[in-house]
Design a protein around this ligand. Sequence first.
Ligand code: TXA
Ligand code: MG
Length: 319
Amino acid sequence: PASQMRTLRLPADPDGIAEAARLLAAGATVAIPTETVYGLAADARNGAAVARIYAAKGRPSFNPLIVHVPDLASARTIAAFPPEAEALAKAFWPGALTLVLPLRPEAGIASLVTAGLATIALRVPAHPVAQAVLRAAGPLAAPSANASGRISPTSADHVLDPSGGLDGRIAAVLDAGPCAVGVESTILGWPGGIPTLLRPGGIPAEALEAALGRPLARHEGDPTAPSAPGQLTSHYAPTAPLRLNVTQPSPDETHLAFGAPGPFTLSATGDLAEAAARLFDLLRRADSAGRPISVAPIPDYGLGRAINDRLRRAAAPRP
Ligand code: TXA
Ligand code: MG
């Protein structure tokens, strides 16, 4: 049974990558590094392998998964690219952008990946290790490699965390150190033909709007239409209570600073990219300190929007 599996920690060298590709081809789940967060990967054309992702994460099976491919040419074999999608893919891939596009049924993607939808979420990651695995193992479905509802992993240690991680539930993790971006990809789709931000993430919405030459509609936080699990009430949740926009932390709190130094600062200089890269690791470390957590105000532009989105979910009422 999955609960008695030994999870291998593979080095991110040619042998480790070949072993990961062999396990994936055999239908196993392997956590792989990307520049955003670690993903829990499985062969997107193998329904039984994809089912193992949902089982390992304890994820509700109605949430569709992102499929990762090595380049735009492979992406075109899986989805149709209207002109705006083509332009964004050329401008931002490889990178922290996921596009929701019309699925090509002949591509043979397991229906569990798309939860039966006529669209598919596609991403070309920039991380060289992810690129190497994708070239060896083909299209891979991969949500973040954390238990459902928990903080996303930005290191192999997070993936294997003894409290709430996936150790013993997955075949292997490819260890390439910490992720450079630190928050998940930005998700963009065209519901009703209108370019719409479905999840803020590692590519700022402003950069996408500049490339498109028109504003994006917003779909975030609409509780009546939870088409992305980030829109469920509580997500990215630490165990400790969390207060946001705190300028006067109380002495019993672990305080995540921004624009000021400190043992738990997101960025002493107020750099949003640094804050995004450190966010999930600091939330985990603050959580292990066992005291309530407070977080300084974070500017709500650029990467700050993705950071504030994740913080609001982390602070939301728990089920
Ligand atoms: O950075 C990332 O995006 C990471 C790395 C591993 O690539 N992956 C990630 O995957 O965050 P996940 O499964 O945690 O988030 C997938 C998101 C969900 O919000 C899901 O609802 C949305 O993509 N999604 C997938 N297919 C969709 C579709 N056809 N229509 C709308 N949303 C979709
Ligand atoms: Mg996730």
